[in-house]
Design a protein around this ligand. Structure first.
Ligand code: GDD
Ligand code: MN
Length: 222
């Protein structure tokens, strides 16, 4: 069983295509989708519940907590699968890559990362400053944290892992970069990076702002 955790905030318009493409990509497998929504004003949770009649979706609607990393950690508490996939809802993470992430795990990796920065991966249409922030963030993390020095995209939001990697590991819910937290604290020996193209947002807008950048630096420091 594969558990796919998808944190959402105002992603209502993206869900139908997302579920359709995930289901098609995983049609010969047993899977569940876990939506962790922070009580989105656009009622993403409601739309997810409606679509849950057609697709294997479970919806967790949080009304007290907020934040991307803490939403993913909440999802970890709900999984039934032995392999966990984490991805965004806005279709910047193409669902067609999921089988490759899962196969990497089945072939012995503990964590597989959909990577923008290995050969064959790329980012579509980013302004130069967004590229600079991304590359800068990665550079700082690799210098500061020897354990991840060989990982090209430690801040990707699209990855798969064996459940054991995070079982009984205490993850701190601060910030946007849950993968970084897992790479530092998780129990793993083998990591594989799979190239992919980080696409354009299908609908709605990004929640990555200056506050998240400061947050990131604090996260690294801690
Ligand atoms: N539950 C919840 N709570 N979900 C959230 C929150 C929150 O506070 N903030 C964002 N999300 C959800 C969004 O709805 C989306 O599904 C996903 O998390 C990523 O948010 P985006 O706003 O689309 O982020 P981005 O495209 O700028 O950043 C992405 O790229 C980074 C790499 O550059 C994310 O994938 C990051 O995880 C990734 O590191
Ligand atoms: Mn996005």
């Amino acid at each position: 069983m594969i558990s796919i955790i998808i944190p959402t905030y105002n992603e209502r318009e993206n869900l139908e295509e997302l579920f359709e493409r995930v289901s098609r990509a995983l049609e010969d497998r047993d899977f569940e989708i876990i939506i962790v929504d922070d009580d989105s004003p656009d009622k993403t949770w409601e739309k997810a519940e409606i679509l849950g009649k057609i697709y294997p979706v479970r919806v967790i609607r949080r009304t007290k907590e907020k934040g991307l990393s803490s939403a993913v950690i909440r999802g970890f508490e709900e999984v039934n699968g032995d392999i966990i996939v984490v991805m965004d809802a806005d279709l910047q993470h193409p669902p067609e890559v999921i089988p490759k992430l899962i196969e990497a795990i089945e072939h012995g990796a503990d964590i597989s990362i959909a990577s923008r920065y290995v050969k064959g991966g790329k980012v579509e249409n980013w302004y130069w400053w967004r590229k600079l922030i991304s590359k800068g963030a990665i550079m700082i993390s690799r210098v500061a944290l020897p354990r991840i020095i060989n990982i090209k995209d430690p801040v990707s939001g699209f990855f798969a892992l064996k459940r054991e990697v995070i079982e009984e590991v205490e993850l701190n819910p601060i910030g946007f970069k849950i993968l970084l937290e897992i790479l530092i604290k998780g129990r793993y020996s083998k990591i594989v990076e799979i190239p992919f193209t980080f696409g354009l947002r299908s609908s709605g807008e990004s929640k990555l702002d200056n506050k998240q950048i400061l947050n990131y630096l604090y996260h690294l420091y801690r």
